[in-house]
Design a protein around this ligand. Structure first.
Ligand code: PMP
Length: 361
């Protein structure tokens, strides 16, 4: 077995090697404290400074102003599916969801259990191969908020231009393209992302919420589901996922070292284009996503038969490329190439795709 392999997993996903090595080097003794971070009280000064440094690095990288709060929560992105309506829906109000994939649909279904949720648009009929165009939905200016999923991990589509919602707050699940490109947070009322794709390890969810929305949270909410409580407690109402926040902090520092979001976007576009160019050069590979909506994070495609797809995935593994099978619900092939996935791995894949077509096409 090679020491490191090209891991195309959709999440948990490849992390920067330098981050893993840094965490390893201070695993048993962090900052000369004589103990592991895993053994330290979350109320201790070193942990508080790890958390506040992660927050300030996020503010710097994402250009997040002070009227947005940064929270490190648990329960995954999935918990946000219900926490958002619990906090942001008014008792007689409604929200609108645009459903563009599996997780967008789960978010819609969970929110319906909490209150009145309207379906503004869905592309399920087209097997979630595209993002709806602006003329396909009409957003109600009286809605409490609009919810979208900025990148659809399973289907490989990504919003290129987010909907204009005027005074209605836009809420977004950004789990699978968070910080893969510049983001203007002022376009959003709230965003959330599970960390295990672009931000670090599973177990911590980044939530960024605009100050004025906090007054919506009803007092009757249990504390753990109330954004206000988490803001007041600086994400330490209970024991936070300290190690996950630490890894996230290291990943954000690595991101700064990559030249920030603009440069990351340039690299991500370059990586994705290499694969899309191979797909577009032949009929052997067929991209799942409509070209204009293609994701830079999850590249999804099919081969002529499912047998060939299975063979492709097996053979890729024997060439040092793993986790490239499409999601079990849709099949096909999916190459997840988040920020930390190296361009050398993408080049290995495109070489392999060309050779595989030659021998099986
Ligand atoms: N939203 C999106 C877009 C996702 O890709 C995923 C996980 N793959 C989720 C939500 C669910 O995230 P979690 O496992 O953190 O709850």
């Amino acid at each position: 077995m090679p020491d490191r392999i090209y891991n195309f997993a959709a999440g948990p996903a490849a992390l920067p090697l330098s981050v893993l090595e840094e965490a390893q080097s201070e695993f048993t003794n962090i900052n000369d404290s004589g103990m592991s971070l895993l053994e330290m009280s979350h109320r201790s000064q070193p942990v508080e400074s790890i958390m506040s440094e992660a927050e300030s690095d996020i503010r710097e990288v994402g250009n997040i102003p002070e009227n947005y709060h940064i929270l490190f929560l648990q329960g995954g992105a999935s918990q946000q599916f219900s926490m958002v309506p619990m906090n942001l829906l008014s008792s007689d109000g409604h929200a609108e969801h645009i459903v563009t994939g599996h997780f967008a649909k789960l978010a819609y279904q969970d929110a319906q259990k909490i209150g009145d949720i309207h379906l503004a648009a869905s592309t399920e009929e087209d097997k979630f191969s595209r993002i709806p165009t602006a003329d396909e939905y009409k957003l109600d200016p009286a809605a409490d908020y609009v919810h979208i999923t900025t990148n659809n991990t399973i289907f490989g589509t990504e919003w290129k231009t987010i909907p204009k919602t005027g005074d209605v707050p836009l809420v977004a699940d950004t789990s699978s393209n968070m910080f893969s490109k510049p983001i203007d947070i002022q376009d959003y009322g709230l965003i959330y992302a599970g960390a295990q794709k672009n931000l670090g390890a599973a177990g911590v969810t980044l939530v960024i919420i605009r100050e004025d929305l906090l007054k919506r949270s009803p007092d009757i909410l249990p504390s753990m589901f109330n954004y206000n409580q988490h803001v007041k407690s600086k994400s330490a109402y209970n024991t936070p996922p300290v190690f996950g926040i630490y890894i996230l902090g290291l990943v954000i520092k690595w991101l700064k070292g990559q030249g920030g979001l603009k440069n990351m976007d340039r690299i991500n576009t370059q990586k994705a284009s290499l694969i899309y160019d191979v797909i577009d050069s032949t009929d052997f590979y067929r991209g799942h996503a409509t070209k204009s909506d293609r994701s830079n994070m999850n590249v999804t495609f099919n081969l002529p038969t499912s047998d060939l797809e299975a063979k492709f995935a097996d053979s890729a593994a024997s060439h040092g490329m793993v986790e490239i099978k499409g999601h079990r619900s849709v099949g096909g092939i999916r190459a997840s190439i988040y920020n930390a996935f190296p361009i050398e791995g993408v080049e290995r894949l495109t070489d392999f795709m060309k050779a595989f077509e030659k021998s099986h096409g």
